[in-house]
Design a protein around this ligand. Sequence first.
Ligand SMILES: *Cc1c(COP(=O)(O)O)cnc(C)c1O
Ligand SMILES: [Zn+2]
Length: 455
Amino acid sequence: MPYRAWFQCLHCDDERYPLNEIIYECRRCGGLLEVRHDMEALGRKPAYEWMKLFDQRYMRTDFPFGSSVWGKKEMVCPEVDNENVVSMYEGGSNLFWAERLGREVGINDLWIKQCGNSHTGSFKDLGMTVLVSMVKQMIADGKEIPAVACASTGDTSAALAAYCAAAGIPAIVFLPKDKVSTSQLIQPIANGALTLTLPTDFDGCMKVAIELSRRENIYLANSRNSLRIEGQKTVAIELVQQDDWAVPDWVIIPGGNLGNVSALGKGFLEMKAMGLIDRLPRLAVAQAANANPLYQSYLTGFSEFEAQKAQTTLASAIQIGNPVSWERAVRTLRRFDGVVEQASEDELANASARADRTGLFTCPHTGVALAALFKLVGRRVIAPDSKVLVISTAHGLKFPDFKIRYHEHRLQEFGVEPHHRNRFIDVDADYEAVRGAVLRALDARRAARTAGFAT
Ligand SMILES: *Cc1c(COP(=O)(O)O)cnc(C)c1O
Ligand SMILES: [Zn+2]
């Protein structure tokens, strides 16, 4: 095995553990662990050979390398045997030029990375395939793991449930009661996970999951678990791979627990160390104003960081006041000359609907990222000639309620005034009635366009 990786404490240089050990934090200082790779071994192969190898494997059928996560196995998780990989062909999500939306907001080179077009409908699949594969490896190595558990705002639990079901490993998920969408709730149910809903928020669910894992030897799949970061970092590799290994000027990503922005940064840094890229993009993290501890910290120049009690937000997957990975995220943003922007409920809902009018179907978290984009362009932090890439984190179809309520003007409690409403037309099944309704509606749209309103 020429490639090696291990857990290493973020603070203690000589605190290392093997990847197949059940450990989530440093035994000496309690700090977060990260996966480190033998970069010297990875650096021995010239960059162009890595590119050729990754391109050869990309979206082909040679198991497990057709998965865009496992296609980069040497730099993701070389410690799992191929026969223990639990993969459902993750990654390879479309990256497209959002020409019309970009033109509307004054960015010619706007790209959207559709990470929600994936097995369970969010980017969480990228990390979960690595974590569950490692669990399968540990079980194969004789470790006693009765189940894998997670606390979730909806998407992690869907991914955990699916990958555990594929592997035949019991899954336990904790969800905040009435705070996840119906689609998100039904996914772990359908995949046979033990699904517990608790009358608390995500942070409350997390506490219980940690305690259960400590006392009952149940493996914890939360983002404290840095194996997931290794899978999620492949989004950085994939998005440059999809553009012939060119690096965008900006990447905008919504952040809650802040694992994903850390993963994105790690992917870029390791590619740079291996010579796959020669520069870094700038990063922007977008937070809901109702759950914005990183934004608050950014305002202090990251000199302070305070956990908060998150307020309710339509962007439910990032309703997190005490993000596990804040320290990783701050490091990442410092390294990438990063910025943090926030979006109110009104801004995120209208940004999402505005993007939908140009052919997208965005989740509320992607709405947060887009609202941040609009604001950063408006303030000229992002220059109009920049190449900008927005990470869309989940599929809009997971959040039908959010969409319906927007178009029915039923988000007043969130302070949302919909500027891009579209209502269905209820009409008799009679030609004249239909004709009248169609012509009136087309007229109204033409008038609105002439008056300068988006239609
Ligand atoms: C998990 C999630 C996020 C936030 O990612 P973090 O790593 O927690 O910052 C954003 N959007 C969606 C749809 C998610 O599921
Ligand atoms: Zn330590």
